[in-house]
Design a protein around this ligand. Structure first.
Ligand code: SF4
Length: 348
């Protein structure tokens, strides 16, 4: 587990976040509807904590992460961030000057280390760029010293800092991306599918590195965006499951895996590859019928009802609110009418 600081206010507090896009049609791009990519999402993250946002492609998890760094502007809601121990500021409404300051403290790490590193820049140039832009070093010599220590931190040979990205493997490139993200000494790192473009054999190395760095750089906080539950199982303190722009379940990782309360979570757990092959043979996969609902035209009632094997009449007409069915010590939020009645299967 991470070194979570529960004594103070959350580092990040998201309330009723929404991001809507216009759905257009034809050459004239006539507006024909609204895509509710993120639709009323709320969560908080303590300093030093790792929260994972998990769901299928198109569920809104990446858009949520991008709203948190204002890579896209939210349509509504607030994102309170406790910046440098000052009073929290609302990222959703800060001006450009404050945003520049914030982006030193909040860093986004991309999925694909092949396209996220400029092939015409050396590793030194890539990692030192945020240092020079933000005037965090005075000269080239200081920048080289800092890049050297960052490369050592991610277990890469500093003597290779003048090489270009193509000279490195996928796992090494992702280490370079991590070094670049950490260069301005951020407090909050948003990692968007950080290992999904990597071979399975190197995924664990990069995940372990991220975990070790969190321990070394005490207080570093992660939002981990992933489509695969098995990736976040050992990585996160809590997991939020998203479906069609909404959070449908949120609790501590162990509880989520052992006693899921939402049928969608149960299906995701059954589909997650298990590192123990014998367990894979025991586990019976739940195959979800149909496709993920269209966020421009979601179903009535519970958005998950067309794919849910436990659905009843009320599910087709009434949307279940996200409510807390846990304890004060261990909150467990779930959006299902039958969360208390269903006995769902977690990991065995
Ligand atoms: Fe399934 Fe109904 Fe629960 Fe939705 S509310 S997850 S349809 S049982």
């Amino acid at each position: 587990m991470s070194d979570i600081d529960n004594s103070s206010r959350p580092l990040v507090e998201v309330r009723d976040l929404r991001k809507y896009f216009e759905a257009t049609h034809g050459l004239l791009r006539k507006v024909v509807g609204t895509v509710k990519a993120v639709d009323g999402v709320s969560f908080s993250i303590q300093q030093g904590e790792t929260l994972a946002l998990v769901g299928e492609s198109g569920c809104g998890k990446t858009t949520t992460g991008r709203c948190l760094i204002r890579a896209v502007d939210p349509s509504a809601g607030s994102i309170r961030y406790s910046f440098d121990n000052a009073d929290p500021i609302d990222i959703a409404t800060v001006d450009k000057h404050q945003l520049r300051e914030l982006r030193r403290s909040i860093r986004l790490m991309f999925q694909d280390p092949y396209s996220s590193l400029n092939p015409r820049m050396t590793v030194f140039q890539i990692i030192s760029e945020p240092l020079l832009i933000n005037k965090l070093v005075q000269n080239q010599s200081e920048a080289r010293d800092r890049v050297q220590s960052l490369l050592q931190m991610v277990h890469l040979n500093p003597n290779k800092m003048d090489r270009y990205p193509h000279a490195f493997s996928g796992g090494q490139r992702q280490r370079i991306a991590i070094a670049r993200a950490l260069a301005p000494k951020p407090r909050f790192l948003i990692a968007d599918e950080p290992v999904s473009a990597l071979d399975v054999s190197v995924q664990a190395q990069v995940l372990n590195l991220l975990k070790d760095l969190q321990h070394e750089l005490r207080g570093l906080t992660y939002l981990f965006v992933a489509h695969n539950l098995s990736v976040v199982k050992y990585q996160s303190d809590r997991v939020a499951i998203m479906y069609v722009g909404k959070i449908v379940e949120l609790t501590v990782t162990e509880e989520l895996f052992l006693t899921p309360k939402h049928p969608y979570t149960e299906a995701l757990i059954s589909a997650a590859p298990d590192p123990e092959p014998r367990a894979v043979r025991r586990k019976k996969r739940i195959v979800l019928a149909g496709e993920v609902a269209n966020p421009a035209d979601p179903p009535s009632g519970c958005y998950f009802h067309p794919r849910c094997r436990y659905a009843k009449d009320v599910c087709r007409t009434t949307e279940p609110p996200l409510r807390d069915i846990g304890t004060a010590q261990q909150p467990h939020q779930v959006a299902c009418h039958f969360a208390e009645e269903l006995t769902l299967r977690g990991i065995e």
